[in-house]
Design a protein around this ligand. Structure first.
Ligand code: HAM
Length: 431
């Protein structure tokens, strides 16, 4: 009887999301291991939260693009929930919940999967993993220096150098000072900065038009463009005098130079960041000519916790996504090759030897060896071909005649040399 209930399903993953087949999983694990180990090396502690949050956590401060990109829905209890688009609000929520009990400063990291309904372009998908590292409760610039050291040490652990990448840094207080200088009222400055963040992606006249929609005059737009064309902190200081932001950023730069990562940092007055909770240092990492979407972004956000109703706690950190960095490493041919690391493959000749094959495999595994027990009873030639494909180091062949005298045949897959060995010695030798 034909099955009339059969409906073929769409085999594609949801648009903008990725499947991780074993070959992609190896790359992902390699990257996550570098992120995790570097964070642990710097004394950061790992935390996590559920991917589902109350949508309100993200929509309280309207205006950010991210609030328009939420994957949100009502659950069966009528709650408006959202898949997290970023980790920082969850981190703030967790810290607030235990604010009285925690001892600050906290150095926390996480590798959450995040969801944003983005327009899909190179480097931007609807789902990504994002390494987050944040220091909470440390107001001084030394926190920024530590965050930059962590970020750049992880990049060096991936094989990148200051010839490959740059961290473009700025300070929100510099931008506030510029806007005040050209008479943009305080309460309008956040909206103007949201537009300024898009400057790189817009033609000059579209940028000007968007600023004018924020009640800026043509003269103010021109003045702003003049400030944004400053190439260095010195040039900016000449144009507008010193400011808290400039002084603070200078200290950050000096400390990063002492930490040995000074070559990676570059002042860039056009860095704004799309999220409105930043209050001080802001930065984005990219390749030297900025031809990619940001590899990593972050900054200081000293008032986020207080906007959620807690005491104000200073904080600084970054989000470093897995999508762009893998494109960059692949373009630079810096991705390692991921061979299988199987040490043994045990192959029984017939069903008679399967029991012994399983026993030998587990004895080797007890000794800490990685072992594939291939009981598919293929022809030996085919089984050896598979061992070659899996890059197995040694094959253990179980033939009836040898087994009858307590021996197996060992084949070194590199040299193709074979030798007989007793099972007892095989296990003893496996150290
Ligand atoms: P963000 O700039 O929105 O900042 O994202 C940080 C990084 O996540 C980006 O630089 C990029 O690597 C990656 N990313 C973001 N959206 C996508 C996407 N659609 N597809 C692929 N990768 C993406 C934040 O999320 C802040 N919460 C970071 C932070 C932590 N600031 C302080 N602490």
């Amino acid at each position: 009887m034909p099955n009339t209930e059969y409906h073929p399903i769409d085999l594609q993953s949801v648009k903008g999301t990725r499947d991780f087949y074993p070959e992609q999983m190896k790359i992902r694990n390699w990257l996550f291991t570098i992120w995790r180990n570097t964070a642990l090396q710097f004394g950061f502690e790992e935390y996590d939260a559920c991917v589902l949050e109350h949508a309100e956590l993200y929509t309280r401060k309207a205006g950010d693009e991210i609030t328009e990109q939420l994957y949100s829905f009502h659950d069966k209890g009528g709650r408006l929930l959202s898949l997290r688009p970023e980790m920082t609000p969850s981190l703030a929520r967790m810290v607030l919940q235990r604010q009285k009990a925690l001892s600050f400063p906290l150095k926390w990291f996480s590798i959450p999967q995040c969801f944003r309904y983005e327009r899909m372009t190179r480097g931007r998908r609807r789902e990504h993993f994002q390494w987050n590292a944040d220091i909470i409760g440390q107001p001084a610039e030394v926190a920024e220096a530590e965050i930059f050291s962590l970020l750049l040490m992880s990049c060096e652990n991936m094989g990148l150098t200051s010839r490959d990448i740059r961290v473009f840094v700025n300070d929100r207080r510099i931008l506030n000072a510029i806007l005040s200088r050209i008479n943009v009222p305080d309460q309008q400055q956040n909206q103007v900065m949201i537009v300024m963040d898009k400057r790189d992606k817009l033609p000059a006249d579209a940028f000007a038009e968007m600023l004018q929609q924020q009640q800026m005059t043509a003269a103010q737009v021109e003045q702003l463009n003049d400030f944004l064309s400053c190439q260095s902190m010195e040039e900016l200081a000449v144009e507008m005098g010193d400011s808290t932001g400039l002084t603070s950023l200078r200290q950050v730069m000096e400390m990063v130079a002492k930490s040995g990562f000074g070559d990676y940092l570059q002042f860039d007055v056009s860095i704004v960041r799309g999220l409105s909770y930043y209050t001080g240092t802001v930065f984005e990492m990219n390749v030297m000519d900025k031809s990619q979407r940001a590899i990593c972004g972050g900054g200081r956000y000293d008032s986020l916790l207080s906007t959620y109703g807690g005491d104000s706690v200073p904080a600084v950190g970054f989000g470093f996504g897995d999508v762009v960095i893998l494109d960059v490493l692949s373009d630079l041919k810096k991705l390692p090759s991921f061979d299988n690391q199987l040490e043994y493959m045990v192959i029984p000749f017939s069903s008679e030897e399967i029991g012994m094959a399983v026993s030998i495999s587990n004895q080797l595994r007890h000794k800490g060896k990685s072992v594939e027990c291939d009981c598919s009873l293929k022809k030996v030639k085919k089984a050896l071909q598979r061992a070659d494909e899996l890059k197995v180091q040694t094959v253990v062949l179980l033939f009836p005649d040898e087994l009858a005298v307590g021996e197996v045949v060992l084949r070194d897959m590199k040299t193709r040399q074979q030798e007989n060995m007793t099972i007892t010695r095989l296990i003893e030798n496996a150290i």
